[in-house]
Design a protein. Structure first.
Length: 239
């Protein structure tokens, strides 16, 4: 946290945490506005590259206080915070090579935990997690894939699950309006490299829009500006 302190400059005495106001400060009749997040390191993993050792760090944050530092309530529509950093050696210390300290991930004000670092290219690693939420009986989830291009962090999102079972449209027997579909990352295709990254093989099972899928494979390719892309004709593209 000593290296990352400039990105999370606040210290909240009540919660005994390092933090940041997400969304910045705005002033209206003397009132500050913004969401205050307590942050902590979720993953800290060393990797060896052709340029030397690199330290990949994933930070997660929970909404706890407001712009004035006072305790606040979490809301269903509010996200958690995520921050990704890549550090390189600088003598006996570390310095930041790539950083994206303030991204949205998680629901109800809670950040996502247990991020996984995957080797996504010959010289590329990225953090992967799955975000999910439930609204009025509709369950949705998606893969969040954080990767680096130059000194920038690219945030990509691919829907991974949809179900309307909570609405009563699904039962023990399949109903015409029931939609329940699930996607997993089947494999990383190391036979190809696109923009420095391997394609991702996604395996789809379930039913949606009147179509049924059983172990159908879709391929997601990396775009240098937008990250991993939603495959063509992907059944969850509308979500």
């Amino acid at each position: 946290m000593a290296v990352l302190k400039s990105y999370y400059p606040l210290y909240n005495q009540e919660f005994k945490c390092h933090g940041v106001i997400s969304g910045g400060y705005t002033y209206d009749k003397g009132q500050k506005e913004g969401f205050g997040y307590c942050v902590k390191i979720d993953r800290q993993i060393m990797v060896r590259t052709s340029k030397g050792m690199r330290l990949y760090i994933m930070v997660t944050g929970d909404l706890e206080f407001d712009a004035n530092g006072d305790r606040t309530l979490k809301g269903h529509a509010l996200s958690g915070l995520a921050g990704m950093f890549i550090l390189k050696p600088n003598g006996n210390y570390w310095q930041v090579e790539s950083a994206s300290p303030d991204m949205s991930a998680g629901a109800s004000g809670y950040g996502l935990h247990d991020w996984k670092l995957l080797k996504l290219g010959p010289e590329k690693w990225g953090f992967v997690n799955e975000h999910s939420d439930l609204h009025q009986g509709y369950f949705e989830s998606g893969f969040i894939i954080l990767s680096s291009v130059g000194n920038s962090i690219v945030d990509s999102f691919i829907n991974s699950e949809f179900s309307n079972a909570g609405t009563g449209l699904c039962g023990e027997e399949p109903l015409p309006a029931c939609e329940d579909i699930d996607v997993k990352i089947h494999s990383i295709d190391k036979s190809k490299v696109v923009s420095g990254y391997y394609p991702l093989q996604l395996i789809v099972n379930g039913s949606i829009d009147g179509k049924t899928y059983k172990n159908v494979i879709y391929t997601s390719y990396f775009n240098a500006e937008k990250g991993y892309q939603v495959p063509d004709n992907y059944p969850l593209e509308r979500w």
